[in-house]
Design a protein around this ligand. Sequence first.
Ligand SMILES: [Zn+2]
Length: 146
Amino acid sequence: MAIVTLTESQDPISGLAKLRNPADIRAFLNLSLRQIAQFVTDPTSHNQNIISRKTWWAWENGTRTPHVDQVRQIEQVIAVALHRELAYDSMLDESPRKFIIRITVGARRWTVRAYVACARCGRMYNLRRIASRRCARCVNKAKKGR
Ligand SMILES: [Zn+2]
C-alpha cells in the first residue's frame, strides 16, 4: 500500500503555527461567528448557555479576553476538528494518533500548539508536522547513531 505523505500545505498541523488570534482560529476552522459561538459556553451563566456572536467578535477585536475555561473549550473544538480531518486522510493501516491542543493567550498574540506522545520515549512534545513521530531529543539521538 502506498504511503500518503501530506505536504506542508495539506498538513493542518503545520497550519497551527500561523494562528495568532481568535479570528485566525475561526478562519482555520471555517466557521461563522454563529457556528463557533455554539461551541463555547458562558462561565457566568448558570445554565451553561453558549456565548453570543458578539462575545466572540469582541475576542477577535481584542476588546475582551476569554475565560480560561473558554480557552480550554476552543482547544477542544480545534482538536476535534483536526482529528476528524486527519481520520479521513490517515492510512488505513495506521491508527490515528491522539494529540492535544494548547492555546496560550498572550498580550499581543495567541499561540496554538499540538502536543502528542513521542513514538519512542512517550514524552509529550510539540507536534509541528503530522508526519513527525518522535520528539527532537529522540530524533537527535537517532542521528548520532545511539
Ligand atoms: Zn522521544
